[in-house]
Design a protein around this ligand. Structure first.
Ligand code: GTP
Ligand code: MG
Length: 197
């Protein structure tokens, strides 16, 4: 599946400053450094569209990228970035939940968790919130290139067990921006959910 074009169209640290578009949206969320910006670049095959950094806390605002003039991918700041104040962490968190609540064209939320680690409290709280607020989401297990296939499968099973009674979780998908594991599947899910499938 090919992507012809991807462009940055809006970025802001307040929801009210982001224009409303007629395009359906898919958002990427998860803790700082989990690989959100890298994943967006991998999806659209553009190395530096979304800014990536080895240091957590790179993405400090909400950034919207328009893909093929048909749908929007939204890069969100990470949860729980330790090097900023508690107040700033809280304000990012509020902004992200505000985004989930207010964007009417938001069709899917991709929750990224590091496949190497046990889920964090913030990951579980987010999943619970999405369920309770009737938002469709998928769980993406990132950086699968760093562990064995067996470990990936075990992590996937752990999450599938965890969400077995969740009605809004559409998929638990392993992904790697290095090997492109899961890219094709993710693009198919995105296109389906934005109505371009
Ligand atoms: P914030 O913007 O700080 O919230 O981080 P982010 O979630 O956008 O993470 P980002 O994409 O900036 O990646 C963080 C670090 O992880 C960078 O050093 C990336 O190169 C690395 N990384 C991202 N995805 C992968 C992956 O699939 N495999 C490996 N090995 N490294 C990855
Ligand atoms: Mg980022």
């Amino acid at each position: 599946m090919k992507i012809q074009n991807a462009e940055f169209i809006a970025g802001a640290n307040e929801i009210s400053k982001i224009p409303k578009y007629n395009y359906n949206e898919v958002a990427f969320t998860g803790r700082s450094n989990v690989g959100k910006s890298s994943l967006i670049n991998t999806i659209v095959y553009r190395k530096n569209l979304a800014k990536v950094s080895a240091n957590p806390g790179k993405t400090k605002q909400i950034n919207l990228f328009l893909v093929d003039n048909t749908f929007i991918l939204t890069d969100l700041p990470g949860f729980g970035y330790a090097a900023v104040s508690k107040a700033e962490r809280q304000s990012w968190k509020d902004m992200i939940y505000d985004y989930f609540t207010k964007r009417e064209k938001l069709k899917l939320i991709c929750c990224l968790v590091d496949s190497r680690h046990e889920p964090l409290d913030t990951d579980l709280a987010l999943i619970e919130w999405l369920e309770n607020n009737n938002k469709n989401y998928i769980i993406i297990l990132t950086k699968t290139d760093k562990i064995s296939k067996k470990q990936v499968l075990e992590r996937k099973e752990q999450f599938e067990n965890f969400v077995q009674y969740c009605t809004h979780c559409l998929e638990v998908l392993p992904f790697s921006s290095v090997t492109e594991d899961g890219r094709k599947e993710l693009l198919a899910i995105i296109k389906r959910e934005v109505g371009q499938g």
